[in-house]
Design a protein around this ligand. Structure first.
Ligand code: ZN
Length: 179
């Protein structure tokens, strides 16, 4: 907890976490979210899709749409447990690992994704934005797409010693989930 800056007394700081699928926020940076919320930050999670193309390890869902509904519910439950105040689900289609990307998926409609994330930044005016690992370490193309929006929207600090302020971009470490 000591690594998260406490907000000034006269203003709450906002952390915006942008991810591709439900569970990316918890696997990637759940501890950061919980620590920020504990320190008094307003935390917003922006999830681009419902993750309907993910692996249904449970075998409970007969079709991808049902898996997406379940994963969105899990996102809200996880966000509540972590102290997130606002969850925004953008409603893009999950591109899946490979093959032709569906219409209005993160991969197929990257310009709209950039616009939507820009709208989130304007609406929530975050002090810090956390998104996914830019190295694409787990190989999921939606994770790479989620990251690809950021350099266009949030400039990096000019110096490593720059104080955290509006526009600071941070990344999660590589996701390690099955999706
Ligand atoms: Zn994911």
């Amino acid at each position: 907890m000591s690594t998260v800056m406490r907000p000034p007394a006269d203003r709450r700081l906002t952390l915006l976490v942008t991810v591709a699928h439900p569970d990316d926020e918890s696997f990637g940076c759940g501890s950061v979210i919980a620590a920020a919320a504990e320190a008094g930050w307003r935390v917003v999670v922006c999830c681009a899709s419902r993750g309907e193309a993910g692996e249904d390890a449970s075998g409970l869902y007969a079709e991808p749409g049902l898996l997406g509904v379940a994963r969105e519910a899990e996102l809200h439950a996880a966000a509540s447990a972590l102290g997130v105040e606002v969850v925004e689900v953008l409603g893009f289609a999950d591109s899946g690992w490979s093959g032709p990307a569906p219409a209005h998926s993160l991969v197929e409609d990257l310009p709209t994704l950039v616009d939507e994330v820009s709208r989130m930044i304007q609406a929530h005016r975050p002090d810090v934005v956390v998104t996914m690992d830019p190295s694409g370490s787990d190989g999921h193309r939606d994770h790479a797409a989620a990251t690809a929006t950021m350099p266009r929207l949030v400039p990096r600090p000019r110096r490593r010693s720059s104080r955290p302020s509006t526009g600071l971009l941070a990344y999660t470490t590589g996701s390690c989930h099955a999706h």
